[in-house]
Write a protein that binds this ligand. Sequence first.
Ligand SMILES: Cc1cc2nc3c(=O)[nH]c(=O)nc-3n(C[C@H](O)[C@H](O)[C@H](O)COP(=O)(O)OP(=O)(O)OC[C@H]3O[C@@H](n4cnc5c(N)ncnc54)[C@H](O)[C@@H]3O)c2cc1C
Length: 398
Amino acid sequence: MDFDWPTDDDPQRLDIRNWLHQHGGDPTQEALATAGFVAPHWPKPYGLAADPIHQLIIDEELSAAGVRRAAGGIGLGWAGPTILFGGTPEQQERYLWPILTGQEVWCQLFSEPDSGSDLANLATRAVRDGDRYIVNGSKIWSSGAHRSQFGILIARTDPDVPKHRGVSYFICPMDTPGLELRPIVDMTTAYSFNQTFFTDMELPIENRIGEENDGWRLAKVTLGNERVSLSGEGALWGSGPSATDLLDVVRSAGGVEDPVLRDRASRLHIEGEILRLIRLRTLTSQLQGRQPGPEASVRKALADEHGQNVMRLAKDLMGAQGMLTNTGPLGQPAEFPFTQSAVEGWQNWHGGFLFSPALTIGGGTSEVQRNIIAERVLGLPHDIDVQFGNSWTQNQTG
Ligand SMILES: Cc1cc2nc3c(=O)[nH]c(=O)nc-3n(C[C@H](O)[C@H](O)[C@H](O)COP(=O)(O)OP(=O)(O)OC[C@H]3O[C@@H](n4cnc5c(N)ncnc54)[C@H](O)[C@@H]3O)c2cc1C
């Protein structure tokens, strides 16, 4: 940590307190959005073009006042920044405000049955027909699609160029005729995923973001978007309990005697501390206006496996009781404190344990993450690309 933390009488803090006072301490979501407090790092009028310190002050002041911002998820994190980056002023005006107020929820229609890690290989086709596109194909693992009004969709508009070059980026209303959702229930028993089918679905041309065939560049903007955040020490992608929470449970139950479990508990503490220090290093970079360095890539690889270790130890501490659904470690309550309640299936230690294998798959698998570290951090040679120079169609025909 190497930066000056804003003091309690910092003028920016006082401004926010004053604003909260004027709004009776309980502002509406519309008021928060209009004031620029929902995504302060976005440019005006949607945000405040806030620097990292200002963002953290806003986060701190709102959370100290118990003010909750309804917006979140894929709309705020991914769709919004992409529309800001590549959308027309009309698209920005239409879609950004309801994202900021939390009135419209978004999902992500990227992965397909045959293209996850190799996303650019996607096969869903969008064929131009005058001032509309006809979309056919399917997406999978569409989280929350059944609760969403819109999806960000990438589809192939030119199959005769190399795979990264023939992709376009669309806004897809989820009630469009020709779009069908089939639920996928995961092993936590939650219905959070879908497979999404498109059969001659029509999208008007004004639903395209950016130029035709420039969608891969925009998809990289979507996937690379990360704001400064203080929150998120939970073991499940920043939510749920942390290693510290689990060790508090162990302490409050009088500790454990089994030497192997004690050893695993100590290791968890060490991993948790390393991750905390890496987060602070990343934060320091952001606050000093530098791009996070190699530690950002290393953090995801470590944090995902750490999350699995936390949930696995919690289960093992339950002993045979761990086979029951409503038990917590060492006879403690099954529920754990949430830092983010939107995700189904993580409500207790059991659900968290069942969810934890997803950590090393979603958002880039562990293996893909290690490839990134090897190539971009360690400077090792790039994987040999046997498809280099081929069009997408040539790749399909072998
Ligand atoms: C909880 C969760 C939520 C998700 N939500 C969404 C969503 O809302 N929208 C969406 O579009 N997608 C979503 N996904 C999908 C996610 O993006 C993909 O699962 C992920 O990109 C991996 O793709 P895949 O499942 O096709 O696995 P594959 O890419 O088929 O990988 C299979 C195995 O091969 C390995 N592998 C692949 N390529 C390489 C390589 N080059 N070198 C070494 N090993 C390799 C992988 O590591 C993995 O072990 C979600 C996934 C999860 C787990």
